[in-house]
Design a protein around this ligand. Structure first.
Ligand SMILES: [Cu+2]
Length: 371
């Protein structure tokens, strides 16, 4: 199926000389001539400069060490930058971890006490007691009360994760493909991105783009970042074109399955500008480990500029979103929330617009940055 789609897309882009074989490998970069030609052919309307990239097409913002990315030899949760994530982090640190520690130590102490105190040498004639109503009530009731106490914040947290996004939310549609992510911004003029993992310098041919430290850590950096505004609700919608994937960004407390033929939805608010990395978190095939996610959170004004640079539009006309209402949807917007959105997005899944061509050949591509 895709073997037909890819050549036709390339042909449409005027790349008749690019062989279908090279297009199918989902490599993050292409030979210089092809990249330049496709960029010229595919981006006629980009007048505004992409505010996230420098003149050479490299990302201006680098990841902050220890934020939004794993740390060498560390374990524990990443610093959370969404309200839900912070609540979950608190729940883990203040409730769950102390509780499980106390219970584990208590049970271990009981076991050790029984093993030592009631061993055969120390206790030659065992007790014949088989019932003690008081203690039976205690060991039944105590766990029940503990579970009820945990359930209250737990269910609250669960509800927060699946609360529908408000009307002013920015919609990001993440589409899992074997093995890369593509993205759509249906409320912003249908901007489309394709994000491929950046390979290391020794893994690519001459003149091909490879990862640098400005892009992010090895196996996490992508050739195109997902750009999202801070302080504005984000409606994340996931789906997939082939098998089940999962869009997961630990710093957002987000892990949402992307299922072919279905839409999953959640919402979150990023509170801090920065670069946040994640990975596909559903075993999806041979290159499951090589379809990372890189999100760059920027100010709403910068987001509007980025949308303009991709040839998109901000809902609600005003191209200068100073407030959160200006950046999101208006109620009047035809592609606004809820059921109205479901039909076009499902249709978009049926026709796999995102291809596995390198993002540099994409209308929204980062450009010829490797050269
Ligand atoms: Cu996957």
């Amino acid at each position: 199926m895709r073997s037909f789609m890819v050549p036709s897309i390339l042909l449409a882009a005027g790349l008749a000389f690019a062989s279908p074989g090279s297009a199918q490998t989902a490599a993050p970069a292409q030979p210089a001539a092809a990249t330049a030609a496709s960029a010229a052919a595919a981006a006629p309307a980009a007048k505004v400069a992409d505010p996230t990239l420098d003149a050479a097409g490299r990302p201006l913002r680098q990841a902050e060490p220890g934020v939004g990315e794993p740390v060498d030899k560390a374990f524990y949760l990443q610093q959370q930058v969404t309200p839900t994530g912070q609540e979950a982090h608190w729940f883990h640190d203040v409730i769950l971890l102390p509780l499980i520690t106390v219970i584990s130590i208590f049970v271990l102490a009981l076991l050790v006490w029984v093993i030592i105190r009631y061993r055969r040498a120390a206790n030659p004639t065992p007790s014949r007691t088989s019932h003690n109503t008081a203690i039976e009530i205690i060991w039944t009731l105590a766990p029940v009360l503990i579970l009820v106490a945990i359930a209250i914040p737990s269910i609250k947290l669960l509800a927060a994760q699946f609360k529908p996004a408000p009307k002013n939310a920015v919609t990001l549609k993440a589409i899992g493909n074997q093995w890369f992510w593509s993205y759509e911004y249906p409320d912003n003029g249908g901007i489309q991105l394709t994000a491929n993992m950046l390979k290391e310098g020794d893994q690519v041919g001459k003149d091909q783009r490879y990862r640098t430290d400005a892009d992010g850590p090895r196996l996490l950096a992508t050739d195109q970042r997902v750009v999202l505004p801070v302080g504005v609700p984000i409606r994340l919608v996931t789906t997939a074109t082939d098998v089940i994937h999962s869009w997961a960004v630990p710093a957002f407390w987000i892990k949402l399955d992307a299922i072919p033929g279905r839409l999953n939805e959640t919402s979150f608010i990023i509170q801090k500008e920065g670069v946040y990395f994640g990975q596909c978190s559903e075993l999806c095939g041979a290159r499951h480990a090589f379809m990372p996610i890189a999100v760059e959170a920027v100010s709403p004004a910068k987001f509007a500029q980025w949308v303009a640079s991709k040839g998109g539009t901000m809902p609600g006309a005003a191209a200068e979103p100073a407030s959160t209402t200006a950046i999101g949807n208006d109620a009047s917007d035809a592609t606004a929330n809820g059921a109205a959105e479901a039909a076009p997005t499902v249709a978009a899944t049926a026709t796999p617009a995102p291809s596995n061509q390198p993002a540099t050949a994409n209308p929204a591509g980062a450009g010829n940055t490797g050269n």
